[in-house]
Design a binder for this molecule. Structure first.
Ligand code: C2E
Ligand code: MG
Ligand code: MG
Ligand code: MG
Length: 292
């Protein structure tokens, strides 16, 4: 009986593994067609100026609307897109879509000062990245000043000199560069200082236990001080409570993003959210080292 049970267990795992493998293959096949089939959408999460709550910009986040599975999270499909080599196509679609959306908002008098778009580490493998991005913005009729690119430490550190060159070309064209999920990757501070950055995004892992965690409070404080000394601004992500908002504003974070203010919203829902607040955005705040 034990032997039979053992065999059954093995077969059970085999079947589970086969099922997972074929599900994954189906997902890959579907993902390859997602752009052409118009199944990708962007949602936009507001980023607010800490000092006065005005709109600093929005972060564009990808969603895949799968006909059977419903909305698939980027955490589930971005890694697949990277593995099967179609992340550049998805990333370029996202940038083009965000740029077209900004043009549309401008035309309709809806004041969204900037959109942040995420770049995958894999997109840095393309030697023409800066030129491709410029071409995408030109085709959309968007100005480089409206766009912020979010890169991760992993992307920047994999090939630091290539990344620095590509980022310098992009910044020369007028784009802003943000280091996403700052503090979670493997960046050396020496390399970080050589990158042409405008923004550090404090990872939400450091925000979650504020204001109670002394170590996370120390990290937040150190990141603000470092950014300030380097002439960068700080965006805190994952702000969920009023106590976190207060702490981060007092610590000197420039911009705040999180569910406390709004979840990522469809373009139409963002417009309604903006209209409901009634407020307009203000120019980007001057950077000051007030907290040090
Ligand atoms: P990310 O760039 O760090 O984006 C922030 C993530 O945090 C988003 O998850 C957002 O919904 C979530 N978030 C925002 N505020 C809060 C909060 O207060 N609490 C919590 N718990 N979460 C919050 P999302 O949209 O699921 O995206 C996950 C990740 O997928 C992104 O992390 C980014 O790394 C990646 N991603 C999304 N869109 C793109 C894209 O167009 N290209 C690339 N390469 N990656 C993307
Ligand atoms: Mg991001
Ligand atoms: Mg982030
Ligand atoms: Mg993050």
């Amino acid at each position: 009986a034990a032997k039979a049970a053992g065999r059954n267990t093995v077969r059970f795992y085999d079947e589970a593994m086969n099922r997972r493998a074929s599900q994954r293959l189906a997902l890959e096949t579907d993902l390859r067609r997602a752009v052409a089939r118009d199944q990708l959408v962007l949602v936009y999460q507001p980023q607010l100026v800490a000092a006065d709550g005005s709109l600093a910009g929005v972060e564009a986040l990808l969603r895949w609307q799968h006909p059977e599975r419903g909305t698939v999270s980027p955490l589930d499909f971005i890694p697949i897109a990277e593995e099967v080599g179609i992340i550049a196509e998805l990333g370029e679609w996202a940038l083009g879509e965000a740029a077209r959306q900004m043009v549309d908002w401008r035309r309709r008098g809806i004041d969204v000062p900037r959109v942040a778009v995420n770049l995958s580490a894999r997109q840095f493998h393309d030697a023409d990245l800066a030129e491709r991005i410029e071409a995408i913005l030109a085709e959309a009729g968007a100005s480089a000043e409206w766009i912020e690119l979010e890169i991760t430490e992993t992307a920047a550190m994999a090939h630091p000199s290539d990344a620095a060159q590509a980022l310098e070309r992009l910044r020369d064209k007028g784009l802003q560069i943000a280091m996403d999920d700052f503090g979670t990757g493997h960046s050396s501070l020496a390399t970080l200082c050589k990158l042409p950055l405008n923004v550090l995004k404090l990872d939400r892992g450091f925000v979650h236990h504020l204001p109670d965690s002394d170590t996370d409070a120390a990290v937040a404080d150190a990141v603000v001080t470092l950014a300030c000394r380097l002439g960068l601004s700080v965006v805190a992500e994952g702000v969920e409570t009023e106590a976190q908002r207060q702490f981060l504003a007092d610590t000197g974070c420039d911009v705040l993003q999180g569910f406390l203010f709004a979840r990522p919203l469809s373009a139409a829902a963002l417009e309604a959210w903006l209209a409901a607040r009634g407020g307009s955005s203000s120019p980007s705040p001057a950077l000051g080292c007030a907290s040090v």
